[in-house]
Design a protein around this ligand. Structure first.
Ligand SMILES: Nc1ncnc2c1ncn2[C@@H]1O[C@H](COP(=O)(O)OP(=O)(O)OP(=O)(O)O)[C@@H](O)[C@H]1O
Length: 809
């Protein structure tokens, strides 16, 4: 798989481009291109600059008289060109936002089109590889949707379903059904299977099975798909908080078009003329439909809907308010230029652009005029970029922010304050402006608390200090930059205060200064250090010889009250900070690095020893039952595979019997019947074992559930205990607490529930943690191969029957 860097990324700036007057292009319609990583870019024929592709004009190559002229190219504007990039990069750039919009109720269509063997299926499905890093768009959509689903709770519910169909010129097949799986081409929506996705594992298994049921032709290197396939995700979001359930439905279609080609091309020698023609027709139909769409001709659009089952199926979703993404796949080899040009033109039609022809001089021969033209164009581009940037900087983008985004920003603020991220990570203009607004609010809040405390402190000494005096004093105090300077100034300040016969003001100011330090942002996250600082400062002041005994007494009283208030303010700050800004953080107990010491103290405290022991023993139980459960599950799956194999044997025996029935004698028939009976007996026994094994699996599962429930309670208790410990030892609650990593080491939370077929009844809590491993992909591939060979055999038998029938007739 590719590992080189991304060649060109998306560019949104199309202003310098000649567009069709019926331009369809809005920011929801994007056309990308992926150049097959198996071919080298031939610079003479193909050039790429940003997201613009230049392809050599073919007539110039063919016409010898024109070959001496400067090379002339077609210019195609795209939203991004990928060459030798990771699957993830393609996904992030092209699909991620489509899925987000899908969860918000917007329909979407993603079409992978291109020449035979150019990498369409790799981009859309990517199931032939052994690592999930190489998964294509479909498995990644499943993962992202399930992640979004996790965020729905309470009155909001999200349901994800999928259907998977394959379309040939004349028929439509349901890929989620066993062969024979024809559906009525005009009732695909009603007749196709809708599979409810609860886990990534189940969905992947269905994807692999669907892949196996596709019609393919074996080539030297890979299996080529003959037909177009459409994988549709149906998302339903329900809000149950009203009397009438509020329901939003949306669909996302991932279309893997049949490979277009020219009959006789080396890339498609294995395909019949009919198959090539049918693939080209599918692309042309879509192209024609888009031309109608671009021209907004409702009448023609309607009539076109009835000409093609694919367009009919996509129907309402195929319009410009949906999010449309097209990924064209091309080879840049000279012999494939013609078909590549056709693919590029398709993209331009979708965007509503008119390809223009330009001449590109070779750099060595560049004339001054061309240089000026080139530089002028670059200048214009930069100028436009500058205008856009300055617009972004000056526009208040924060007003349009939704709650999810706001939550995300709150998390950024929290992470920044916790030193988990740097300023550079808040680089986006919107993020930065919102984040700084939050910093400001936070600061204002603390500043108000501080002022309030100051006033209260002044009042408690029976003397009111005017606001101006406070600010004057404050300024003087805050201007101290070093400890020595501070000492000298303290002396001066005290002399001045003595002169004004108000020594108590000085004391109060020094106390308030300490409180200031105490509630500063830094000290907020370093509670222990601050706490001791407070004590040290207080004791230093108290022992200071310049203060009289009564002042000392007053001061110590004052210190205690200030300390208490500081602690109160801090606690209030902590809770308001947590409530207002990082309300999402306290849910999971977490240990942040500078609290490790506190955690160690807590875990060794004899008061909590028995509690900690219980936590550990619960984790141990989870581990051991989990292992047994996995073993039992493995056996269960093996049994299932065995049963499938026996069933297959029965089918095959029956089929052979049917075929032989015409010319076989009674003796042969009896042998077949006996073989079938034996298979059935084997199947019955295997099914009995399977039922028994299922019971064992569920027993382990329910046991595991009990321990996991206990773990949840223990976690809550742990949070409470740790909080109490921190309050007791440091006089401060911990802002966030987490189980020690040591504690959960080896626990089921850290174990990834493995592979294997998981029954629907498996509790969601467990299923959520499933990560797809390479072993599991291997198993899926085995299932796929088995299913494929089964379908191939059955198809061959059907074709033979049809052939025999024809011959007979
Ligand atoms: N980005 C890539 N990285 C590695 N291998 C790739 C990539 N793209 C395609 N291939 C390889 O090229 C071959 C053809 O790819 P794929 O099946 O995706 O093409 P296709 O366009 O779907 O073909 P067809 O139209 O014949 O079905 C496969 O062997 C695949 O592994």
């Amino acid at each position: 798989m590719d590992c080189a860097t991304k060649l060109v990324t998306s560019r949104q700036n199309f202003s310098s481009i000649k567009t069709n007057k019926y331009q369809l292009g809005n920011h929801y319609v994007k056309v990308f291109y992926r150049i097959s990583s198996l071919c080298k870019i031939d610079q003479e024929h193909v050039k790429i600059s940003d997201s613009t592709m230049f392809i050599r004009r073919l007539e110039q190559l063919k016409d010898v008289t024109k070959q001496a002229m400067p090379p002339s190219y077609w210019e195609f504007i795209t939203d991004g060109i990928f060459y030798k990039v990771q699957q993830k990069d393609v996904y992030d750039e092209v699909v991620e936002d489509v899925v987000k919009r899908l969860a918000e109720g917007s329909n979407g269509i993603l079409v992978g089109f291109g020449q035979t063997g150019s990498g369409k299926s790799t981009t859309i499905a990517g199931l032939e590889f052994v690592s999930n890093e190489n998964f294509g768009i479909a498995p990644r959509v499943v993962k992202q949707l399930l992640e979004i689903k996790k965020q729905f709770n309470g009155n909001n519910r999200m349901t994800i379903e999928m259907s998977y169909i394959e379309m040939s010129k004349t028929a439509v097949y349901d890929l989620l059904k066993q062969y024979p799986n024809n559906v009525n081409p005009w009732h695909v929506d009603k007749e196709s299977t809708k599979f409810i996705i609860n886990t990534e594992c189940q969905a992947l298994k269905e994807l692999y099975l669907g892949e196996a049921r596709k019609e393919t032709k074996e080539t030297k290197n890979y299996l080529s798909h003959i037909n177009t396939s459409v994988l549709t995700f149906y998302v339903t979001i329900e809000d149950l908080s009203f009397n009438n359930v509020n329901r939003v439905k949306s669909r996302l279609h991932l279309i893997d078009m049949a490979g277009s080609d020219t009959v006789g091309n080396l890339t498609c020698v294995f395909k019949t003329k009919g198959e090539v023609g049918s693939a080209n027709l599918a692309k042309t139909s879509l192209e024609q439909f888009f031309l109608c769409l671009v021209e907004k001709s409702q009448k023609t659009i309607k009539s076109r809907l009835r000409t093609n089952p694919l367009i009919f199926f996509l129907k309402d979703d195929l319009n410009i308010s949906s999010t449309l993404r097209f990924i064209g796949h091309i080879n840049t080899d000279k012999e494939d230029l013609q078909i590549s040009l056709s693919m590029m033109r398709f993209g331009q039609i979708i965007k509503g652009y008119k390809p223009s022809s330009i001449q590109i001089e070779q750099p060595a021969k560049m004339t001054p005029e061309n240089k000026i033209r080139y530089l002028q164009r670059k200048l214009q581009e930069l100028e436009e970029e500058r205008i856009q940037n300055s617009m972004l900087l000056n526009v208040d983008l924060t007003s349009n922010i939704n709650s999810e985004r706001a939550e995300h920003l709150q998390k950024i603020v929290k992470d920044y304050l916790n030193n988990h991220i740097s300023e550079l990570d808040i680089i986006r203009v919107v993020d930065a402006s919102m984040a700084f607004k939050m910093f400001k609010d936070l600061y204002t809040q603390w500043e108000q608390e501080r002022q309030k405390l100051y006033k209260e402190a002044s009042l408690s000494f029976g003397k009111r200090i005017s606001d101006s005096e406070i600010s004057l004093q404050k300024k003087k105090w805050s201007s101290r930059s070093s400890s020595t300077m501070a000492t000298t100034k303290v002396g001066k300040e005290k002399r001045r205060v003595k002169k004004s016969k108000d020594a108590s003001v000085d004391e109060k100011l020094s106390m308030v200064e300490k409180v200031d330090k105490q509630i500063s942002v830094q000290s907020f996250f370093d509670s222990r250090a601050k706490h001791s600082t407070l004590k040290t400062i207080a004791s230093q002041d108290i022992s200071s010889g310049s203060i009289s005994q009564s002042a000392k007494r007053r001061k110590s009283k004052f210190t205690t009250s200030i300390q208490r208030r500081a602690s109160e303010v801090k606690q209030r700050s902590v809770s308001s900070f947590t409530d207002g800004i990082i309300s999402d953080t306290v849910v999971t107990p977490d240990i942040i690095p500078n609290q490790m010491e506190a955690w160690n103290g807590f875990s060794k405290d004899p008061k909590y020893t028995s509690f900690m022991e219980e936590c550990k023993s619960n984790e141990k139980n989870i581990s051991s039952i989990y292992e047994q459960y996995i073993e039992a599950l493995k056996l269960l799956n093996e049994q299932k595979v065995n049963i499938d194999a026996i069933k297959q044997e029965i089918i095959e025996t029956k089929m052979i019997m049917k075929f032989k029935s015409t010319d076989s004698d009674k003796y042969t028939e009896a042998i077949f019947m006996e073989a079938e009976a034996k298979c059935k007996e084997k199947k019955d026994n295997a099914e009995k074992d399977h039922v028994h094994q299922k019971e064992i699996v569920f027993r382990y599962l329910s046991e595991l559930k009990i321990y996991l429930d206990r773990r949840r309670d223990l976690k809550e208790e742990l949070t409470r205990n740790f909080d109490a410990f921190c309050k007791e030892k440091f006089n401060l609650p911990m802002p966030t607490v987490k189980c020690s990593t040591e504690l959960i080491k080896g626990s089921a939370a850290s174990i990834q529930l493995n592979e294997f077929h998981v029954d629907e009844n498996m509790p969601e809590k467990l299923v959520e943690t499933i990560e797809i491993s390479e072993i599991q992909i291997g198993q899926f591939k085995k299932i796929m191969q088995k299913e494929r060979s089964k379908v191939v055999k059955m198809r061959a038998l059907d074709n033979k029957k049809i052939y025999d029938k024809k011959c007979y007739l």
